[in-house]
Ligand binder design. Structure first.
Ligand SMILES: Cc1cc2nc3c(=O)[nH]c(=O)nc-3n(C[C@H](O)[C@H](O)[C@H](O)COP(=O)(O)OP(=O)(O)OC[C@H]3O[C@@H](n4cnc5c(N)ncnc54)[C@H](O)[C@@H]3O)c2cc1C
Length: 422
């Protein structure tokens, strides 16, 4: 049942926000309220589609602490020198000015599911009729012994883009001649399955030009990884002898020592000049606070609508979900957001609900003009989002096809960020 937007509640909600980006103050009677937590790939898309497709029929509030969202997608290309940092930053101005979304720059710190309201760090609360939660990931405490977020300035994860990505780039640029870059790779499941290996490719690309005797070591708890044959072929072609991958069968990280920049694997100590620790992941903390996570730390969902299995008034998107076959990617989050937006709109305005469609493609750049991709389409079953068919680049492809794949990824980036942020 929609709640009335009274003058009192409007003034109250504007006052509690730390900042509201130029939201048009159109007072309408009894518009139902959709609130979105997290203005990343999933949340920004959901907010935009609910506002756009309801044509102002739903009052949309987006809660996001940062004023500029830096995409993790293409952050590796920044590390490799293929993108400027500013080119991966996106603001929320269009969502406010073109779509009438109330953009509240604050942290959601609690969800009262009975009262249907979200508590903000800055004080006060925002009521909802439907809530969308897309907070991305957080890291599992102690999954890499010796590492905690307190150590992220010594050993950056750079798996939330922004200052962490810049810090990692500074470490790479400051490596001494012949120095060692160490990556501690994450266990499954984690955001962007090919992301760590695209990153290694981009680091190698920079080092080959500036510091060709440097070495890259990857300590990986897994026995295999996404697009493994494609990456290994590319590493041999572009960076022969520079990259060593140590899989879970060959050595386990026992401890990292941020102060001395050491990594201990099966009793052997490696000194790193740059050290990228990517710990195990779980759904963003607010999902746990809201009681939306299972024992594995992820949010189970109803595939057809992206509703939480814990609360039908809440939809969960993107990396935070345990959805079945879809990988944790920006493309997936965007695709799931459109399904959730349609379901929210249908619930709040009784508009028609169409069968859901899901798709994903993950592109990776291995070297200059050497792009590869993996992707699939999916359908909603009762149990999970299930893969229907898929495709993957092949080893031995010619240079023209690889260049075309890279160019396709640039077009995708421009299109999808416009689809998210307007
Ligand atoms: C190195 C790297 C490369 C990648 N490359 C690709 C790629 O090429 N293609 C691709 O499709 N995907 C890629 N990804 C994955 C992609 O970035 C994620 O899958 C995607 O961002 C997930 O979207 P999301 O909405 O779930 O989370 P996010 O995009 O992380 O958004 C979460 C948002 O929620 C906000 N938030 C968190 N907690 C709160 C709270 N309590 N209150 C309010 N707001 C909150 C955060 O500030 C953040 O803005 C890559 C990831 C990495 C790390």
């Amino acid at each position: 049942m929609a709640k009335k937007l009274t003058r009192r509640s409007f003034v109250g909600s504007a006052a509690l926000a730390t900042a509201v980006v130029s939201a048009p103050t159109v007072l309408r009677a009894a518009r139902p309220k959709a609130v979105v937590i997290g203005g990343g790939a999933g949340g920004a898309t959901a907010a935009r589609y609910i506002a756009k497709d309801s044509k102002g029929g739903v009052d949309v509030t987006l809660i996001e602490p940062t004023r500029t969202y830096y995409t993790c997608f293409f952050s590796n290309l920044y590390l490799g020198g293929f993108r400027e940092f500013d080119s991966i930053g996106h603001s929320y101005g269009n969502l406010a000015s073109s779509y009438g979304i109330n953009v509240v720059h604050d942290w959601a710190v609690g969800v009262d599911r009975d009262a249907k309201s979200v508590a903000l760090a800055g004080g006060g609360s925002v009521p909802y009729d439907r809530l969308v939660v897309s907070p991305g990931i957080d890291f599992v405490d102690d999954s890499v012994p010796g590492w905690s977020v307190a150590a992220q300035n010594r050993m950056p994860h750079a798996f939330k883009a922004g200052s962490q990505t810049q810090l990692l780039k500074a470490q790479i640029d400051a490596m001494p001649d012949g120095g060692t870059y160490v990556m501690v790779a994450p266990p499954n499941p984690y955001r962007c399955p090919p992301g760590p290996y695209e990153r290694v490719s981009m680091v190698a690309h920079v080092l080959k030009a500036k510091n060709p005797t440097a070495k890259i070591l990857i300590f990986d708890p897994k026995e295999k990884f996404s697009k493994m044959a494609l990456f290994q072929e590319g590493w041999e072609n572009h960076y022969a002898g520079m990259i060593e991958w140590v899989g879970g069968d060959f050595g386990q990280v026992e401890e990292v020592r941020p102060e001395s920049m050491e990594v201990v694997v099966d009793g052997e100590v490696t000194k790193a000049d740059a050290c990228n620790v990517i710990p195990a992941m779980k759904a963003g903390h607010i999902a746990e606070v809201a009681g939306l996570t299972n024992e594995g730390g992820w949010c189970p969902i109803v595939p057809a609508t992206m509703q939480s299995r814990m609360d039908e008034n809440i939809h969960v998107l993107g990396d935070a979900t345990q959805n079945g076959d879809m990988p944790k990617s920006g493309f997936s989050a965007n695709s799931q957001a459109k399904v959730a937006a349609m379901a929210v709109r249908s619930a709040l305005t009784e508009s028609k609900l169409f069968p859901p469609k899901f798709a994903n493609t993950c592109w990776s750049l291995i070297g200059t003009d050497d792009g590869v991709k993996v992707g699939a389409s999916y359908e909603a079953t009762e149990e999970k989002i299930a893969k229907v068919d898929g495709f993957i680049s092949q080893t031995g492809e010619d240079a023209a096809l690889r260049k075309q794949t890279y160019e396709e990824s640039i077009g995708w980036y421009d299109d999808i960020t416009t689809d998210m942020f307007g």
